[in-house]
Design a protein around this ligand. Structure first.
Ligand code: NDP
Length: 448
């Protein structure tokens, strides 16, 4: 041990890196973490957390309207983007401080600069200093993809969207995935005109067809526009500073902001991994085994940089498993089955387990139960949006193998229900549970 400067050197202080560093240090390891930007990583600094706060902020638009139907005298309200933005960014600062304190309290040395791998046990900092470590952990995350088309430099990504000077009047969002649908909901509710442009003819590939169809239908009814099967041709800056977005299969679209949300790729370029024989896959992701070990024995990787499942709770679990296994004497592996996930669109959707088509392709016989209902709050608010809950059951065993839902609070409800799916409970177990009335979640135990 004494031969190395540190037992563990972590590159990247995001969700996976911070967890791995903190827990390894608690297990007695001497740990340093290099972070070139801000402690907290994508989720805390420019992802899940500020996005969710914007979702809350945007939801007031409909809440204020609905309040009138519930007897409140709501005067004409106006919205100020700068106020919301600054409060959100202040909360990000607070969390950045908390994460930094956690590392400090666990005696993890924070090195505020970028680091590259220069050998199996060596990293070199941007300042030129080299540091040796028994184990190196790569936790640098992923980076938004920007397409190669003329004028792409006029667009922004989720890195910049939280810092906009003002609320754009017209937003074009490229992509039909998580970020596209979440920001479409946010900007539309705040008053922007939103157009989603996607290369395929669908949104949210991977989610259950009926659920994503419902989001598409509700989004279109709200006034969000969609252009499908459309590739970017060029983006032209106009004299007034606005943009004209040229795509295939549609008229040019004027925009004040163009947001690229076409996926995130592992941030491995320039990391020097080849110097230690760390292999990458064809997408540039670090190849790891079930214990997060790369093709170099002394180098591990967790989180988005491995491109297994690009979700914060997975990176955290991987960081924990790494630390416990390598420094805690308690080896364990992450269980990737039945991972719940959600899209914080408006309304939000969430799912766990197999979709209907996955179940039909992999199981013998499948039973599908759905509840398509108008939440009572929407009825009184005279809002026509319907919620849709869907349960996928293996007909042979009666096991619930998938749950998918769209509607108010779907992620909150799904998190609890995911415990039942993970535990392998049956449709009968759901039926045996008494309904909690009146709630939306009770639909889950009343499916016929
Ligand atoms: P997604 O992978 O969710 O969606 C990417 C979209 O862009 C798809 O619609 C895809 O089209 C399209 N696309 C992919 N590659 C290209 C390309 N080269 N040119 C044009 N279009 C392309 O990516 P996001 O950027 O929205 O999010 C990145 C990741 O971050 C997500 O995968 C998710 O793991 C994570 N995330 C999670 C959130 C959450 O948990 N709520 C929130 C935000 C992000 P196609 O229709 O063909 O698939």
């Amino acid at each position: 041990m004494a031969d190395y400067d540190y037992d563990l050197f972590v590159i990247g202080a995001g969700s996976g890196g911070v967890r791995a560093a903190r827990v390894s240090a608690a297990h007695g390891a001497k740990v340093a973490v290099a972070e070139e930007y801000r402690v907290g990583g994508t989720c805390v600094i420019r992802g899940c957390v500020p996005k969710k706060l914007l979702v809350y902020g945007a939801h007031f638009a409909e809440d204020l309207q609905d309040a009138r139907r519930f007897g409140w005298n709501v005067p004409e309200c106006t919205f100020d983007w700068a106020t919301l933005r600054d409060h959100v960014l202040a909360d990000v600062d607070r969390l950045n401080g908390l994460y930094t304190n956690t590392l400090n309290n666990n005696n993890v040395a924070i090195i505020p600069e970028s680091a590259t791998v220069t050998g199996p046990h060596e990293v070199t900092l941007a300042s030129g200093r080299t540091i040796s470590a028994k184990i190196i952990l790569i936790a640098v995350g992923a980076w938004p993809v920007v397409p190669e088309c003329e004028g792409a430099e006029h667009g922004i990504t989720s890195n910049e969207v939280f810092h906009l000077e003002s609320l754009p009047r017209r937003v074009v969002i490229s992509g039909g995935g998580y970020i596209a649908n979440e920001f479409a909901g946010i900007f539309h509710a705040l008053g922007s005109h939103v157009t989603i442009v996607n290369r395929s003819d669908q949104i949210l590939r991977g989610y259950d067809d009926q659920i994503r169809d419902r989001l598409l239908q509700i989004s279109m009814t709200k006034g969000i526009e969609f252009r499908f099967n459309a590739d970017f041709e060029k983006v032209v800056k106009q004299e007034d500073g606005s943009l004209m977005v040229h795509v295939t299969n549609a008229e040019p679209i004027p925009a004040d902001v163009l947001l690229f949300a076409i996926g995130r790729s592992p941030k491995t370029p320039g990391l020097g991994l080849e110097s230690a024989g760390v292999e990458l896959d064809d997408k540039g992701a670090v190849k790891v085994d079930a214990d997060n070990r790369t093709t170099c024995d002394s180098i591990y990787a967790v989180g988005d940089v491995t491109n297994r499942v690009q979700l914060t709770p997975i990176a955290i679990r991987e960081g924990q498993a790494f630390a416990d296994s390598v420094f805690g004497g308690k080896p364990h592996r992450v269980d990737y089955s039945a991972i719940p996930s959600a899209v914080f669109s408006n309304p939000p959707l969430a799912g766990v387990g197999l979709t209907e088509s996955q179940a039909r392709n992999t199981l013998g016989t499948v039973k599908i139960y759905t509840s398509d209902f108008r939440p009572m709050k929407n009825v009184l608010a005279d809002r026509h949006e319907r919620a849709l809950y869907k349960m996928i059951v293996d007909a042979e065993t009666d096991k619930v193998v998938g749950l998918h839902m769209i509607g108010p609070d779907a992620p909150e409800i799904l998190q609890a229900a995911a415990v039942a799916v993970k535990a392998g409970l049956t449709k009968q177990d759901f039926d045996d549970t008494i309904a909690l009335h009146p709630s939306m979640a009770e639909e889950l135990v009343l499916l016929r």
